[in-house]
Ligand binder design. Structure first.
Ligand SMILES: Nc1nc2c(c(=O)[nH]1)N[C@H]1C(S)=C(S)[C@@H](COP(=O)(O)OP(=O)(O)OC[C@H]3O[C@@H](n4cnc5c(=O)[nH]c(N)nc54)[C@H](O)[C@@H]3O)O[C@H]1N2
Ligand SMILES: Nc1nc2c(c(=O)[nH]1)N[C@H]1C(S)=C(S)[C@@H](COP(=O)(O)OP(=O)(O)OC[C@H]3O[C@@H](n4cnc5c(=O)[nH]c(N)nc54)[C@H](O)[C@@H]3O)O[C@H]1N2
Ligand SMILES: [Mo]
Length: 789
């Protein structure tokens, strides 16, 4: 039997397969397709113990918090409170294969660099600490004691400013708290994390607009909403459990108005695997009542159009002595900046709105009317808003729209950023941030008797730039696949090999491990689904979901190896091995033995927010963290919710990118991956099967560029031509996508994303609008398309 990945392996790291043509997917999201996909991955990974012991308890009170997305976990769960992709994530962690010392003996690092992402991870769970041996270019086993003492000694000799401590959003609240404290006692705020590539536009935008950098919505709001507006989030693949809320809303007749360049299956139709009738043939539930295929980066203009039409109708109504449309009591009492914002709307022309959003005035006026008729509107969004040059403007425009009718801080209304990694929001809550003003430095100084660094640290972009310049010396990663997830892969990989020290705390092998610094270690850790036994007995951890609720999570599965250590134990081990950390009074050993003490420390640091943490951690549905905007308390400079005027009416790059030959590339996730973890090659909902090497284009653009469907093409970044960036061997797929844009998969396309091409204020890489030119694989890029097309 040839596994799909075998061909991919031969073809190199960026390869997929070319064995099937894309065809439209007729089924709904969920349904039997989803059930089959779950059964398939359990048998392919051999994750039978995980399926038996973990899945039944997934996302339930007293259970296990899924390691896939961060969506809320209800107090009264369904019989099976997991989705297709949550099951895949659990199965992946529970895979039966092992990448032990024999595996690394058989393969040099140079050789592994030719493997695909899927093959690297499929090698199996890591089982022993590894150190890179430069002479043989292999990772070789090393004892924990030696690894930790070598890492500690090397860190001791480095300047703290030259070391970055990265976190991927899966680590628990307990591990994250320890990790930020370790970095700060060491002497740096260099704490880049995955949210820097993700919802940092939310953290920055909502902080300025509402005074708190997280969403304002709880699960119960979905039951009270009268309309839902949905921007740039692919619910069917990336947070499928949310479909339960959307399905119920849709059945109550709540309009769901969606803005997305692609018609995503999960936003169209859902068949609930929890409902026998639907599985046995009852029709699936339509999700979006209205679908607007906005152009990438066009949301600011679309929102401006809706706001403009609200303003206009309100002005006319008031002039005629009728009931005003806007919530004037709310605007007067709770907001600042409305008059300037209204001025901006009046000055914005419908021509510009149409041109930059790709949507007509009538469609936007209709959408505004749906908004205006509802007394409680929920505004949901994802990477389609945050990953643009104007990512922060996008988020703030959404808030402007909400504020016009007081849709923040009332039941059934609010801003709902759908977070990515399962604890990414929580990590920020407990101090993983490069911004000193967001960390409780004074409190940490008081509790642990040390002088925390006050200088701003490096975020993800800062870390990349520092490595590219040759400044960065050390990189420690608590999970993730930084070099693969970050922009400008081709420049970043060699830069990583030039570092003095790389340390990866990981569950599986990935591409970041293959660019070892002069000294390099891979430390294998337990996954969250596994039993975590310490000196103080079996431990559990906790996470914060997208709705600011904190949940306990206990592992149930036998660990993948006897040598694995938990993340808290590894962090404590590193901290204890760095002599200079002895200056602070931190009970590393006691924390590692008993995580309840870490939770006490978090409570002592954040007092009210985490009060009675250990007591409440198993509350069904989680315990909610205080959320001031929900109470209409605005901790902003103006002490009001702020209307903010966007810097530009488009969230993407202007200039050359507006030329017809240049397409705006959106980089997307398939339904068969979790970020850089590629489970397989089936993007079922988009009808793409057996390959990831595709570029989705509008049929008219295919013609205009003189291409044909199925043709092999090369994509080249259309800006910064002095530093050419390209990816070859992608197949053209005709797709329902607005003209002038195209789409292809992340992380393969990160080679095209310049490190400087990021959201202005939040530094989130602008992965949803990379200007590119497309040419047949053999020829150079064509200057202009054939206008006849
Ligand atoms: N199964 C699975 N689940 C996941 C992940 C995964 O990889 N796999 N990743 C996790 C992580 S870390 C995150 S951050 C989330 C990501 O979840 P999403 O926020 O859904 O992110 P993407 O998959 O990148 O998809 C973005 C969506 O935005 C649309 N879009 C692109 N550009 C624009 C635009 O300019 N405007 C609008 N309105 N829409 C646009 C795209 O068509 C796509 O539907 O999911 C999390 N959950
Ligand atoms: N072009 C483009 N680039 C993007 C995006 C995009 O849409 N387009 N999305 C961005 C987003 S939203 C994000 S969040 C980032 C993701 O960036 P990261 O969070 O850095 O990447 P992941 O792929 O989630 O990390 C996967 C690795 O995590 C490790 N791992 C898994 N579970 C555990 C665990 O329990 N503990 C530890 N210690 N390690 C574990 C495994 O070794 C696995 O290989 O990528 C960003 N990059
Ligand atoms: Mo993310």
């Amino acid at each position: 039997m040839t596994r799909p990945d075998q061909k991919a392996r031969r073809a190199g790291p960026h390869a997929g397969l070319h064995n099937q043509r894309p065809s439209p997917y007729a089924g709904p999201a969920g349904g039997w397709g989803s059930a089959r996909s779950v059964a398939g991955i359990i048998s392919r990974t051999g994750a039978y113990e995980a399926a038996a012991r973990v899945l039944p308890r997934q996302n339930k009170p007293a259970g296990f918090a899924c390691v896939s997305c961060a969506w809320a976990k209800p107090a009264e769960p369904h019989a099976l409170e997991f989705c297709e992709n949550g099951a895949k994530a659990t199965a992946w962690e529970g895979m039966s294969k092992r990448a032990g010392p024999d595996f690394f003996y058989r393969h040099t690092v140079a050789e592994l660099r030719n493997w695909s992402d899927h093959d690297l991870e499929s090698a199996g769970r890591l089982t022993e600490p590894l150190a890179w041996d430069a002479g043989q270019d292999r990772y070789v086993p090393i004892s924990w004691e030696t690894a930790l003492s070598e890492i500690g000694a090397k860190l001791e000799r480095m300047a703290p400013d030259k070391v970055a401590f990265y976190t991927s959003g899966r680590a628990s609240l307990e591990a994250s708290y320890m990790y930020q404290l370790m970095a700060r006692v060491y002497g740096t705020n260099n704490l880049p994390d995955s949210s820097n590539m993700c919802h940092e536009s939310t953290s920055v935008g909502l902080q300025e607009s509402l005074g708190l950098g997280v969403g304002t919505v709880r699960l119960e709001d979905f039951q009270q909403a009268e309309a839902i507006f949905f921007f740039g989030q692919n619910v069917g693949s990336n947070s499928p459990r949310m479909l339960h809320e959307l399905q119920k809303a849709s059945e109550r007749g709540v309009p769901i108005v969606t803005f997305n360049p692609l018609r995503e299956k999960g936003l169209e139709q859902f068949k609930n695997p929890q409902r026998p009738a639907q599985m046995l043939g009852a029709p699936s539930t339509p999700i979006s009542s209205h679908y607007h295929q906005v152009v990438p980066g066009g949301d600011i203009a679309a929102l401006a159009g809706m706001c403009k039409s609200l303003l206009d109708v309100d002005e006319r109504a008031r002039a005629q002595g009728q009931v005003p449309l806007l919530d004037w009591d709310f605007i007067r009492e709770h907001t600042a900046g409305f008059e300037d914002f209204a001025g901006f709307l009046r000055a914005t022309s419908w021509d510009d709105i149409h041109q930059l959003s790709g949507l007509g005035r009538e469609a936007l006026e209709d959408a505004a009317w749906i908004y205006a008729r509802a007394d409680a509107v929920l505004l949901v969004y994802g990477m389609g808003l945050t990953q643009h040059l104007g990512g922060v403007d996008n988020v703030q425009m959404l808030v402007n729209f909400a504020l016009m009718r007081g849709n923040v801080g009332k039941a059934g209304a609010g801003i709902c950023p759908v977070r990515g990694h399962s604890n990414v929001q929580g990590q920020r809550t407990v101090g993983i941030t490069e911004k000193p003003e967001l960390a409780p430095l004074d409190r940490l100084a008081e509790l642990y008797a040390f002088e925390p660094p006050r200088k701003k640290g490096l975020d993800t972009i800062g870390t990349c730039e520092s490595a590219l310049k040759g400044d960065l010396q050390g990189f420690v990663a608590l999970g993730g696949n930084f070099v693969r997830a970050a922009p400008d892969t081709a420049a970043l990989e060699p830069a990583w090999s030039r570092l003095d020290l790389t340390v990866h705390i990981s569950t599986t092998l990935n591409r970041s491990h293959l660019f070892p610094g002069k000294s390099a270690y891979v430390l294998p850790c337990l996954g969250r689904s596994e039993i975590d036994r310490q000196a103080g007995g079996v431990q559990f951890v906790s996470i914060e979901d997208s709705t600011s609720c904190v949940h306990g999570s206990i592992g149930r599965k036998t660990p993948a190896g006897t040598q694995l250590r938990s993340e808290p134990a590894i962090i404590a081990g590193i901290a204890l091995a760095i002599p200079r950390l002895g200056q602070a009074n931190v009970p590393w050993q006691a924390w590692m033995d008993n995580y309840a003490l870490i939770r006490e420390a978090i409570e002592a640091t954040y007092l009210q927010r985490f009060s009675r943490y250990n007591e409440r951690v198993w509350n069904p549905g989680g315990f909610p963290l205080a959320n001031a905007p929900r109470e209409r308390i605005w901790n902003t400079e103006t002490r009001k919710a702020n209307f903010k005027i966007p810097q530009d009416l488009t969230a993407r790059l202007r200039q050359e990118s507006d030329e017809e030959a240049v397409l705006q590339l959106m980089t997307l996730r398939s339904n068969d991956q979790f970020n850089t973890t590629v489970y397989g090659y089936e993007d079922r909902f988009r009808g793409i099967s057996g390959t990831r090497q595709v570029v989705l284009m509008n049929a008219d653009d295919i013609r205009a560029h003189g291409l044909t469907e199925g043709e092999r093409v090369t994509l080249r970044t259309a800006v910064d031509l002095a530093n050419p960036r390209s990816i070859g061997d992608l197949r053209v797929v005709a797709y329902d996508i607005p003209r002038g844009s195209c789409a292809a998969y992340y992380p393969e396309c990160n080679v095209l994303l310049p490190v400087w091409h990021h959201a202005r204020e939040s530094h989130v890489p602008a992965a949803k609008s990379i200007p590119v030119r497309i040419a047949p694989a053999s020829a150079g890029p064509r200057p202009t398309p054939d206008p006849a097309g």
